[in-house]
Design a protein. Structure first.
Length: 276
């Protein structure tokens, strides 16, 4: 929770979207729509929920976040910069030769990033290990991880889910960015997840469904629910490409980067003129 921040979580989310679109525009990067669906989750976590200190990124009792859907790295970097973990000018180095700000999330040289991700399915296992370590050391911090819904096709996710329930990792929260689309199509067409909430319940998790996973009040309410003796999974129903009208629910923008009129339209819709 950033008590001294001069903007609210909605303003933070808007700024992160502007930063992220500029970054992929300038460097012809991919995955902007996947990043945009997760921005509100990140904004609420960093602004209102997680115990963190940008001036002391390695603080021992800090909460940890693993962005398991590592292709949304542009949103993570922008969030960290907006929160003061490093200077926003660093974002201009994104996706450049020799830069530490790679297309997928990297912890090497990036303040505030706990673990490198990109190959899907592994973030939950790492987060579960961190949570177990914290409990065995009698440490009070929480561990969060954000997964994509398409990522839940990976078998490693469910191995980690069993592990977390077996060890009663009540300090672990997984958030599924359920934007209903993945790289090659609608989730129901590529690999139907059926009732995702019931799947997590069947694995012994406490499940909270958020009807509008881009609504900050609904997200705060979900994160603020009393803990149980089980790990928690929040199913956040989001919109792929959220915040830019022509990107929303449009598969094309999983890989395409906005150029020309597309970029200008995105900046106008987000009101970027008053954002440095």
């Amino acid at each position: 929770m950033l008590e001294n921040m001069k903007m609210n979580s909605s303003e933070l989310a808007r700024n992160v979207r502007i930063d992220a679109i500029r970054m992929v525009h300038e460097h012809h990067a991919s995955h902007i729509a996947s990043a945009l669906s997760a921005v509100d989750i990140l904004a609420v976590l960093y602004h209102d929920i997680m115990h963190i200190d940008p001036q002391d990124p390695q603080m021992k009792n800090r909460d940890r976040l693993i962005m398991s859907k590592g292709h949304a790295g542009v949103a993570v970097y922008a969030t960290l910069a907006e929160c003061g973990f490093f200077d926003k000018e660093e974002l201009r180095k994104y996706y450049s030769d020799g830069s530490v700000y790679s297309g997928h999330v990297s912890h090497k040289g990036v303040l505030g990033v706990e673990f490198s991700t990109g190959s899907l399915g592994h973030g939950l296992g790492v987060a579960a290990g961190m949570a177990l370590s914290a409990l065995r050391r009698n440490e009070s911090h929480r561990v969060f991880t954000i997964l994509g819904d398409g990522e839940c096709d990976e078998g490693a996710v469910w191995e980690a889910a069993m592990f977390a329930r077996h060890y009663h990792l009540h300090n672990l929260t997984a958030i599924v960015d359920h934007n209903h689309m993945q790289a090659m199509g609608d989730c129901t067409q590529v690999m139907d997840l059926l009732d995702l909430a019931e799947k997590w319940r069947a694995f012994g998790w406490h499940v909270i469904s958020v009807e509008n996973g881009n609504d900050h009040d609904q997200l705060r309410a979900a994160f603020s629910q009393p803990s149980t003796d089980m790990p928690t999974c929040i199913i956040a129903n989001t919109v792929k490409g959220k915040g830019v009208s022509y990107m929303e629910n449009t598969l094309l923008w999983h890989y395409r980067d906005p150029q020309g009129d597309a970029f200008e339209t995105a900046m106008k819709e987000l009101g970027a003129n008053d954002h440095a």
